[in-house]
Design a protein around this ligand. Sequence first.
Ligand code: HXC
Length: 509
Amino acid sequence: MKEILDRLESRRQEARLGGGLKRIEAQHAKGKLTARERLELLLDHGSFEEFDMFVEHRCVDFGMDKQPRPPGDGVVTGWGTVNGRKVFVFAKDFTVLGGSLSETHAQKVGKIQELALRMRAPIIGLYDSGGARIQEGVASLAGYADIFKRNVTASGVIPQISVIMGPCAGGDVYSPAMTDFIFMVRDTSYMYVTGPDVVKTVTNEIVTHEELGGASVHTTKSSISDGAFDNDVEALLQIRRLIDFLPANNQEGAPEWPSADDPLRRDMSLDTLVPDNANQPYDMKELILKVVDEGDFFEISEKHAGNIITGFGRIEGRTVGVVANQPMVLAGVLDSDASRKAARFVRFCDAFEIPIVTFVDVPGFLPGTAQEYGGLIKHGAKLLFAYSQCTVPLVTCITRKAFGGAYDVMASKHIGGDVNYAWPTAQIAVMGAKGAVEIIFRGQTPEEIEKRTREYEERFLSPFVAAERGYIDEVIMPHSTRPRIARALAMLRTKKVEQPWRKHDNMPL
Ligand code: HXC
C-alpha cells in the first residue's frame, strides 16, 4: 500500500514541476511566476483543488511521440475560493511547450468552463501561452473554437475574467476578448493575433512585442485591456479585490460586505468642489472617492478615454457601478471612445444586477470630422442604448453641465433614471449660453450678445427649469450626496421592470 501511495506522490511531484526546473528558472528570470505560484496567490491559502493533473497530450506527429509527455499538458485547472467565495480557474503553464493549446489542453479548460457555468461561479483565466500547439494543427483550432463557444454561452451569466501574464498570441487572444474583463502585467505580457515576424512579412512594419501588443498599447490605444499592473503579485492581488466587488452570477445580486462607513456621512468639502468659473475643471474622482464606502473604488479602463470614469465602489457595503464624466480630461466631453467604454461597463452592470450611480458634468458630444468619420453617431448610440436598456436601479446626480444630447444619454429621467438629483450648481440646457445666444441672436452687436448671454444663463443654466418639469427629482446639497444616494439605492432594492419578449436586441454595434 505504502508503495502505491508513494507512487501517487511522486507522480504528483513530477506534475507540479511542469516543464522542469530549468524552464521554471527561465520563467522566474523573466520576472514571471509559474502557473501554480500564481494560483497560490490568487486563491485563499490552501483552497485550490486541482483537476486533470495527469492529463497528457495524444499527439504523435513531428516527433512528439519520441518526447516525454508532460503531465497536465501546459495548463493547471481547478477551483478554489477568494475571500471564501468559490471561483473556477485555469492558468497556462508556459514551462510546458510554451503553454500552447493542444486538443487535451483545450478539453481541460472546457471542463472548467462547464463546471463554472453549472455552479454559477466566476471563472478566471491566467494567460501565458504561445497560442495553438503547432504540432497539433487543426485539433488545436477545434479546441479553441470549443472554448470560444463556451465563453459566449457563459457571457452575462457568470463573470469571466482574463489576466494576461506573458505571451497571449494567435488563437489565445479570442477567448479573453469575449470575457468581461482583461487585465495585463506591464512589461512581461503582450497580446496580438499575429506576432512581429508575421507583421514584418505582411506589412513590412518592424515592431517589438511591446509596441505591437504590450500593456501600454492595450490599456490606452486599443482599449482591449481594462487595466495593467506592475507585476504578477500586484495583478493577482488586484484580481482578488475585483472579485470581492462582483456577484457570483447574474441572479445572485451584488455582493454585500460589512462596512464601517456611515451611509449618512456628509462631506462638507463637496460644497466647494465645483469652481465658480464654469469653464474651470475639477476632479470628479474626488466626488466618487468621497461618496463610496471607505473611498474604495476599483477603476476599469482608467488609462483609456479618461473623459469618462467607470468602476466599482460600494454604498452601505453593496457593490455599485459608477459612471462619471471627468471635467479634467477634454472637459468631460462624450466622444466615441468614452461612449463605447461606458456602454460596455453599463451593460456589464445591468447583466449582473449591479445598480449604477451616474455623476454628470458633460458639455456635450465632441464636434469634428475625426469624430463624425469615426462613427460618433453609432458609438454615442451604444451608450444611449445601454442605459435605456437597463433594468437595474439607476441613480443620477448632475453636478454641473448637462448639455444637449449628452444630457439625455447620461442616465437622464427620460431613458430610465429612477432617482435623478442635481446639485444647485447644475446647468441643464440644450447648450452653453454663449453658443445658444450666438445662434438665436446672430448678427446682433457684441453688447447685445453679452446681455442676452447673461439672460440665458440666468434663465436656463440652472437645475430649476428641469426640476420644474419633474425631470430632476430633487436639487440636493453637495455635502449630502452620499446619504441621498444611499437612501435612493435602499428604496430601489425592490425595483422590478419587465421587458417585452424578444430573441435579443439589436444594439448599434
Ligand atoms: C508548440 C511552442 C509554441 C507553440 C512556444 N512553444 N510556442 N510549442 N506550439 N505555439 C515552445 C517552444 O518551442 C519552446 O519549447 C517553449 O515553448 C518556449 O518558447 P520560446 O520560443 O523559447 O519562448 P520565448 O522566446 O519567450 O518566445 C515566446 C513566443 C514564441 C513569442 C510566444 O514561443 C513564439 O513565437 N511562439 C509561436 C507563436 C505562434 O506563432 N503561435 C501559433 C499561433 S497560430 P522548448 O522545448 O524549447 O522549451 C494560432 C492560430 C489559432 O494560434 C487560431 C484559432 C482561432
